[in-house]
Unconditional design. Structure first.
Length: 195
């Protein structure tokens, strides 16, 4: 079981106590949680400095500004987990969809929105998150690790997220644009993309 500190106004001290009790991740760093205040550090501050915690980062460049995403990678290098937080409308054309019984709007550009204008998940693909990480200056190997090895290790699955003897033959070939070109699951080709 993996315990993650989520959307919370907790103090850094409470987050440290959660880590003492076994929490190992922070969901969606900086989103709907206490942040980095110079006198009242919160969830995000503790996630950045505590080596026991892996901050999950929605790197669509809407949930977190590029400079803040760079800060996350610089402060928590080797611990960052790229996540999509993809809503059911991800990959769909612009329009109105439903999320948890609530209408959301998928715009032409950007993440899905609730009626009040707040973010309702994302439309992000994981390969896009890797590309966004590289565009803000994260090395390609570190960006790929944040989408593969780091989350696999976090859930205790050394057979995933790496190319090694005994590991699952789950692979993605990323093109120069960091888009998925081909995907293999268990060694079987399950997706052929464009060039």
């Amino acid at each position: 079981m993996l315990v993650s500190v989520g959307h919370s106004d907790a103090s850094a001290e409470r987050v440290a106590a959660a880590a003492d009790a076994g929490a190992r991740m922070v969901t969606h760093i900086f989103n709907a949680q206490s942040g980095v205040h110079h006198r009242e550090p919160g969830v995000a501050a503790q996630a950045l400095v505590d080596p026991r915690l892996s901050p999950g980062l929605i790197l669509d460049l809407h949930h977190v500004a590029p400079l803040v995403a760079e800060l996350v990678f610089r402060a928590a290098g080797g611990r960052v987990v790229l996540v999509t937080d993809a809503a059911s409308s991800a990959g769909m054309p612009p329009g109105t969809y439903e999320l948890g019984g609530e209408p959301i709007t998928m715009p032409e550009q950007g993440p899905p929105l609730r009626a009040d204008g707040t973010l309702a998940g994302s439309g992000l693909r994981l390969d896009e998150a890797i590309g966004n990480a590289v565009r803000i200056g994260v090395g390609l190997a570190d960006a790929v690790d944040a989408a593969t090895r780091v989350p696999a290790d976090l859930i205790g699955r050394p057979d995933l997220g790496r190319i090694a003897p005994g590991a699952a033959a789950d692979l993605v070939w990323l093109g120069p644009d960091h888009r998925a070109r081909t995907t293999w699951v268990g060694g079987q080709n399950v997706f052929e993309g464009g060039s």
